[in-house]
Ligand binder design. Sequence first.
Ligand SMILES: *Cc1c(COP(=O)(O)O)cnc(C)c1O
Length: 364
Amino acid sequence: MSEPIRPTPQPGILDIAPYLPGKSGAPGSQTIKLSANESPLGASPKALAAMLEGAARLEVYPEGSSRVLREALGDVHGIDPNSIVCGNGSDDLLHLLAQTYLGVGDEAVMNRYGFSVYPIITRAAGAMIVMVEETDYRADVDALLAAVTPRTKVVWLANPNNPTGTYLSAAEVRRLHAGLRPDILLVVDNAYAEYVTADDFEVGLDLARTNENVVMVRTFSKMGLAAARIGWMVGPDHIVDAINRIRGPFNVNLPAQMAGAAATRDTEFNAKLKAHNAQWRDWLSAELAGNRMRVVPSQANFVMVLFDTPEMASAAFVALADAGYIVREIGASYGIDNGLRISIGSEDAMRGVAKVLKSMDQTQ
Ligand SMILES: *Cc1c(COP(=O)(O)O)cnc(C)c1O
């Protein structure tokens, strides 16, 4: 039998396992979705108003560089707007970074339980992903550095990390950077930075501003605007220039640019979301601890719960689903088959989840 003659994807594309998004309940069902780390307090009302204003002008192309959004980010974070690039979600920017800095024969390094998009975008660029073992579900700086070879071009680091919720301190990230050759790009993905309460954490901003080989990537998705698809990155001029050459010329739509700018300036809403998250993350972690399950200490807006066995994790998933709570199984995408990732939701949802998991334990 001869192979059919037809278009063929580039090498590596068909080795990619598709991204598995968090499940939703059936449309119209009463389920509460705790599987995608979305905001339990909705979106900033100011962002919503700005988005509706932008929606009144759908016939016009958006300003291509997301200027209003970059200016708002620049003001609030004290950054030169020229060092910012916005994207259609941070996923857009991560893809562009991979496409720009990785190719056939190159390697990208990441920690074993790092964000599952990194292998996809690395392979999509034709490069190889090198997975580095962690120490108790935390990235290990020495192990990451030991995995660097002459082929290494990029190091992907989610900080805090998804799905584990663990983080590296400012000193650890700086040590990682200091150990890398200057031609290796360190991508610091701070998707959950807004939720961090640890004193020894820092975002990748200073590193990105003062080095030629670091970018910081951020998103609005975990702060109430997941549907709007807005991400941003900060990096040195030469990287900003390269990404601007290949990004879609209108990659962020106008309502999203306006919503993002308003959300950035709505520091009151952001503080409320952070406080809610910290309170119920602590509460859920304390409530579950001990009950034959381990809650890995989290700095994000979710917790990873580890059970004694994969069967217990599956039983917990089903018991939660029966009670109307959809959480995230992390066996298939991350290989943590005794774990579940549970987003921090409303007070009611957290009390409900704790009740289900604790009563489950009593019946084992
Ligand atoms: C959710 C998430 C993102 C990005 O999401 P977008 O919705 O594409 O902005 C990026 N990195 C990590 C680690 C995430 O968990």
